[in-house]
Design a protein around this ligand. Structure first.
Ligand SMILES: Nc1nc2c(ncn2[C@@H]2O[C@H](COP(=O)(O)OP(=O)(O)O)[C@@H](O)[C@H]2O)c(=O)[nH]1
Ligand SMILES: [Mg+2]
Length: 179
C-alpha cells in the first residue's frame, strides 16, 4: 500500500503540526518570529531565503513554526506549507495603510484554501509603537474581518520592535495549538 495512504490514517504527531506566519513583505513577520523564538524556541531547524523553520515549545506543547517570505515570488510557495497547519498568524504593517487592500486580497486568497478552512486565524496588528499606526479596530474594518464566516479569528496589537503585545500572542498560540 502506498506510504502516503498509510500516513493519512496514522495520528498526526505533535511535531507534524505547524504554525504559519504569513503576511506581506515588510510586515514584520521575521521580527515577530525572532521575538517568539526568543521566548519559545526549542531549535532552529532551517533558514533559507523563503522560509525559516523553528521548533517551539509552548506551555508543554511542541509545534513547528514557519516564517515564510512575503514577496509576490515567495507567496506562490506558501501553499506547500498548508498540509499540517494548526494555527495561522497573518501579520499586518499598521504603518502602511496604503498596502492594506493588497494585504486583504492576499489574506482572502490564503483563507480560500480548503486545507485551511477550520484553522484558527490570528491577525497581528504590528508596528503599534509607530506614529500614526492603524489601530486594530481600523484593521478589522479595512480587512473586512467581520465578514469572515465559520472561522475562529482574533486580532492582537503588537510591536515586534519593542516587544509589546508578545505575551498575548504567546497566549493565543498556546490556546490554539492545544485544541
Ligand atoms: N516601527 C516598527 N518597525 C518594525 C516593527 N517590526 C518590524 N519592523 C521593521 O519592518 C521592517 C521589516 O521587518 P521584517 O521583520 O523583516 O518583515 P518581514 O518582511 O515581514 O519579515 C524592518 O525594517 C523592521 O525593523 C515594529 O513593530 N515597529
Ligand atoms: Mg522576513
Amino acid at each position: 500500500m502506498c506510504l502516503s495512504l498509510i500516513r493519512k490514517f496514522l495520528p498526526k504527531s505533535e511535531t507534524d503540526s505547524c504554525l504559519l506566519v504569513l503576511g506581506l513583505d515588510n510586515a514584520g513577520k521575521s521580527s515577530l518570529t525572532a521575538r517568539l523564538a526568543d521566548k519559545l524556541c526549542d531549535a532552529q531547524v532551517a533558514a533559507s531565503l523563503v522560509a525559516t523553520e523553528l521548533h517551539l515549545k509552548v506551555k508543554g506543547s511542541k509545534i513547528k513554526m514557519f516564517d515564510l517570505g512575503g514577496q509576490l515570488k515567495d507567496r506562490v510557495l506558501w501553499a506547500n506549507y498548508y498540509q499540517h497547519v494548526r494555527a495561522l498568524i497573518f501579520v499586518i504593517d499598521c504603518k502602511d495603510a496604503a498596502r492594506l487592500s493588497e494585504a486583504r486580497c492576499v489574506l482572502c486568497d490564503v483563507l480560500l484554501d480548503e486545507r485551511l478552512q477550520q484553522i484558527p486565524l490570528l491577525i497581528v496588528a504590528n508596528k503599534q509603537e509607530a506614529l500614526g499606526a492603524l489601530c486594530s479596530r481600523s484593521v478589522v474594518d479595512l480587512l473586512g474581518l467581520r465578514r469572515l464566516e465559520g472561522r475562529e479569528w482574533n486580532i492582537l496589537e503588537c510591536s515586534a520592535r519593542t516587544g509589546s503585545g508578545i505575551e498575548d500572542i504567546i497566549e493565543w498560540i498556546a490556546k490554539n495549538i492545544q485544541k
